[in-house]
Design a protein around this ligand. Structure first.
Ligand SMILES: [Fe+2]
Length: 212
């Protein structure tokens, strides 16, 4: 029987946004300009958004997506073990986030602490995203119906709330390819697209972060 088609765009665009922010963080750590208060504030603003979005993303996968996939792939020990590995990787990333945050707050910005913390976080997050994209997400089609995938997306949406969505959408589309911008716009209701254009994106840009 043919499976429903599951559109993974929002997941993959989110992964691109995490990679983009990691690059920005690496650049900020390498420039060692955090002793400049304005620069520090910009980096911390960008960091806060990145960290919030990453934690929401991982929490939703652990609580909703992996258990749904585990049900759909229950007969495959290999897939179940991959799902457990992906969850364990989330747990390994948490202390690396905490160390990067502590390093950023450290007034001794000339130390190597931030560069080391950012390098460890980048390594771990990038390899996790690659693992998920190669060995987890390709099996979403097999594990879930389109209806179940939409329930997961709805769960993520209610977790974000309206306030969270106001930050998520401009963040996820920051530097996205025109093709991805079109795809994400196509899944947003027209009134939300208008709110995004007139309010959310300008507010995200005004907030200022390592992006500008
Ligand atoms: Fe993910």
């Amino acid at each position: 029987m043919a499976k429903d088609y599951v559109d993974l765009t929002i997941m993959l665009v989110s992964h691109d946004a995490f990679r983009r922010d990691i690059r920005r963080l690496q650049k900020a750590a390498a420039s060692r300009s955090l002793d400049n208060p304005l620069e520090r504030k910009r980096v911390q603003t960008g960091w806060e958004i990145f960290k919030t979005q990453l934690l929401i993303h991982h929490e939703g996968e652990d609580r909703d997506l992996w258990p749904r996939m585990a049900k759909g792939l229950a007969s495959s020990a290999e897939h179940l073990s991959t799902l457990r590995e992906l969850e364990a990787e989330h747990e390994q990333i948490d202390p690396l986030l905490a160390e990067a945050e502590a390093a950023m707050a450290d007034p001794d910005t000339q130390s190597d602490r931030l560069a080391r913390a950012v390098a460890a976080l980048a390594d771990s997050l990038e390899s996790h995203l690659e693992h998920e994209e190669k060995e987890g997400l390709p099996y979403v089609q097999e594990a879930l119906s389109e209806k179940e995938w939409k329930s997961f997306i709805a769960d993520q949406r209610s977790n974000l709330g309206f306030k969270g969505a106001a930050e998520f959408f401009p963040w996820v589309l920051d530097e996205a390819t025109p093709e991805n911008v079109d795809k994400v716009n196509s899944i947003m209701p027209a009134p939300l697209r208008l709110v995004m254009k007139t309010m959310w994106t300008p507010a995200y840009q005004t907030k200022g972060s390592w992006t500008n």
